[in-house]
Design a protein around this ligand. Structure first.
Ligand code: ADP
Length: 483
C-alpha cells in the first residue's frame, strides 16, 4: 500500500462504477508496480464488460439530470473539486511519484497543472453561448444553441496520471456531459484519488465512473456503445487509430491526443542561455516521457559547438534516482520496455556514426541516465520515432529553409519549439511549422488557457482553452419562421 499520506483514504484499490466503490464481478485484479523500486504497490479490479456497461448506463442517467443544472451550480462543484485537489496536493503528489516515478517536485507541479483545468472550465461553464443569425428571409431568425454532447468516455495514459484526467473531465462536466473513464492500468491510483475528492466535492453519483482494468476488455465496450457519444483519448498513435476504427460504427465524436516527434530549433541568432534552458526543460521533463518532449534538437552551424558545450554541462547536473528522495532531479522510466527503447535508439544512432557528448548511457532496472548525442542524421531511428526517454540527439543545419524542411519531415505534428531573436524569422518559422503548438523562445506550450492538440497523425481536436469545451458541445440550429 501507499503509506505516509496525510489522508490515507485517498489510496483506493477499488473501481468507482455507477456511484459505488466495487471489485470486479470476475474477482480478478491487476497489480500496480512502483517503477523506482520494482515493488508491488497494490492491486486494482480488472473490471469486465459488465461493469463497463453498468458505468455507461449510470452515466447516461446522471447526465440527463446534470445537464439541467444551472451552469453556476456545475461550476461551483468543479471549483470545490479544484480546491480539494489543491488542499490535498502533497498526498496526490506522493501517490503519483510512487506509481509513476516522476520526482516529487514535478508531481506537485502536475497536481497544480491538473487542478488548473478544473478552475478554467468552471469559469467557462458560465460562458457557453450560441448566436442569433439573421437569414435572407425577413420572416425568419436562426438561433444556435450549444448543448452537451451527452455521455462520453475517456481513456488516459500513465505519463500524466492526474492532469490527463482533469483536462478531459473538466470540460465534459462544465458542458453538462457525463464521463466513463478508463485510467492507465500502470497509474490508476492518482485517478482513483481524484475520484474520492470528486465525490467529496459533490459530483453526482454515476456522473463520473472510473473503470479500472484491461484495455482490451473495457475499450471495445466504450467504443461500441451507442450511448457513448464521444471518446477522448490520450496515448499512442497506434492505439488512437485502433480506437478510431472501433468508433466508426457508432460515428462517435473523437478527441485524440497522440504521439509527437517534436523538433527544437536553435538559430544562430538565438539567446544561447535561454535556448539551453528551454532545451533542457523541453527534453528532460518527466524523464523525457511527454508527447511534447523535444525529440530532435536541430542547431544551426554557427551556434552548434557553443550550444553543445553548454548542454553537456547542464546534463551532467541531473541526479537520477527515486523521486521520493530529496535531491534527485530525474526519476525512472515507466517500465523496462521503455528503457529498452531508449537503449535501442541510442545503439542505432551510435552504430550509424553518432557519438556521445555526455557520459555514456547507463541503465539499471527502470532507470536510464540522461544522454546527449551529436553527429545525428535523418537516417537514424531517433529522427523518425518518438524516443520517450532522456536522450537528446543534436542535428546540425545550415539555413532556415533546411531547418523547416527537417522539422516538418515527419508524420507527426504536435509540438515544435524554436529560438531566435529575429522578429521576422519568428513569424516566418512560426507560420511554416506544421504543428498544433509552437513555442517561440520557450520550451513549454501547455497551459489551461490555450488549445493543446496536434496536426497530422498527432491527433484530432484540442484540449484546454475555449476550444476545449467546444469538444463537448453540439451546435444546434433552431429555425424560427413565420415571424
Ligand atoms: P503509451 O504508449 O503512452 O503507453 P497507449 O496508447 O498504449 O500509450 O496507452 C494509453 C492508454 O490507452 C492506456 O490507458 C492504455 O490502457 C490504453 N490502451 C492501450 N491499448 C488499448 C486498446 N487496444 N484499446 C483501448 N485502450 C487501450
Amino acid at each position: 500500500p501507499i503509506t505516509g499520506l496525510n489522508d490515507p483514504s485517498l489510496f483506493r484499490e477499488q473501481a468507482l462504477v455507477a456511484g459505488e466503490w466495487i471489485n470486479s464481478s470476475s474477482g480478478k485484479t491487476m497489480s500496480v508496480t512502483n517503477p523506482a523500486t520494482g515493488e508491488t504497490i497494490g492491486t486494482i479490479p480488472a473490471c469486465t464488460a459488465e461493469e463497463t456497461q453498468r458505468a455507461i448506463e449510470a452515466a447516461d442517467r446522471a447526465q440527463k439530470e446534470w445537464k439541467t443544472r444551472a451552469p453556476e451550480v456545475r461550476a461551483d462543484i468543479l471549483m470545490k473539486w479544484h480546491d480539494l485537489i489543491m488542499a490535498n496536493a502533497d498526498d496526490l503528489a506522493r501517490i503519483m511519484t510512487i506509481e509513476q516515478g516522476k520526482v516529487l517536485a514535478e508531481a506537485k507541479g502536475e497536481v497544480k497543472y491538473g487542478a488548473s483545468f478544473l478552475k478554467w472550465f468552471a469559469e467557462e461553464a458560465r460562458r457557453i453561448n450560441g448566436a442569433v443569425i439573421t437569414p435572407n428571409q425577413p420572416d425568419r431568425r436562426v438561433l444556435t444553441l450549444k448543448q452537451p454532447v451527452g455521455t462520453t468516455a475517456a481513456i488516459t495514459p500513465w505519463n500524466f496520471p492526474n492532469a490527463m484526467i482533469t483536462r478531459k473531465c473538466g470540460p465534459a462536466f462544465a458542458a453538462g456531459c457525463s464521463m466513463v473513464l478508463k485510467p492507465s492500468e500502470l497509474t490508476p491510483y492518482s485517478a482513483l484519488a481524484l475520484a474520492v475528492l470528486a465525490e467529496r466535492a459533490g459530483l453526482p453519483a454515476g456522473l463520473m465512473s472510473l473503470v479500472t482494468g484491461e484495455a482490451k476488455e473495457i475499450g471495445p465496450v466504450l467504443t461500441g456503445s451507442d450511448t457513448v457519444r464521444k471518446l477522448s483519448f490520450t496515448g499512442s498513435t497506434q492505439v488512437g487509430a485502433l480506437l478510431m476504427r472501433q468508433s466508426a460504427d457508432t460515428i462517435k465524436r473523437l478527441s485524440l491526443e497522440l504521439g509527437g516527434n517534436a523538433p527544437f530549433l536553435v538559430f544562430d541568432d538565438a539567446d544561447l542561455d535561454a535556448a539551453v534552458a528551454g532545451a533542457i526543460a523541453a527534453k528532460f521533463r518527466n524523464t523525457g516521457q511527454t508527447c511534447v518532449c523535444a525529440n530532435r534538437i536541430l542547431v544551426q552551424a554557427g551556434i552548434h559547438d557553443r550550444f553543445v558545450a553548454r548542454i553537456r554541462e547542464e546534463v551532467a547536473k541531473f541526479k537520477v534516482g527515486n523521486g521520493l528522495e530529496d535531491g534527485n532531479t530525474m526519476g525512472p522510466l515507466i517500465n523496462e520496455a521503455a528503457v529498452k527503447k531508449v537503449r535501442d535508439h541510442v545503439e542505432d544512432a551510435l552504430s550509424k556514426g553518432a557519438s556521445y557528448v555526455s557520459a555514456p548511457l547507463e541503465t539499471n532496472g527502470c532507470f536510464a541516465t540522461p544522454v546527449v548525442l551529436e553527429g545525428v542524421t535523418t537516417t537514424m531511428r531517433i529522427f523518425r520515432e518518438e524516443t520517450f526517454g532522456p536522450v537528446m540527439p543534436i542535428f546540425k543545419f545550415t539555413d532556415e529553409a533546411e531547418a523547416v524542411r527537417m522539422a516538418n519531415d515527419t508524420e507527426f505534428g504536435l509540438a515544435a519549439y524554436f529560438y531566435t531573436e529575429d522578429m521576422s524569422r519568428a513569424w516566418r518559422v512560426g507560420e511554416a511549422l506544421e504543428y498544433g503548438m509552437v513555442g517561440v523562445n520557450t520550451g513549454s506550450v501547455s497551459m489551461e488557457c490555450a488549445p493543446f492538440g496536434g496536426m497530422k497523425q498527432s491527433g484530432l481536436g484540442r484540449e484546454g482553452g475555449a476550444e476545449g469545451i467546444e469538444e463537448f458541445l453540439e451546435t444546434k440550429a433552431l429555425h424560427i419562421a413565420g415571424l
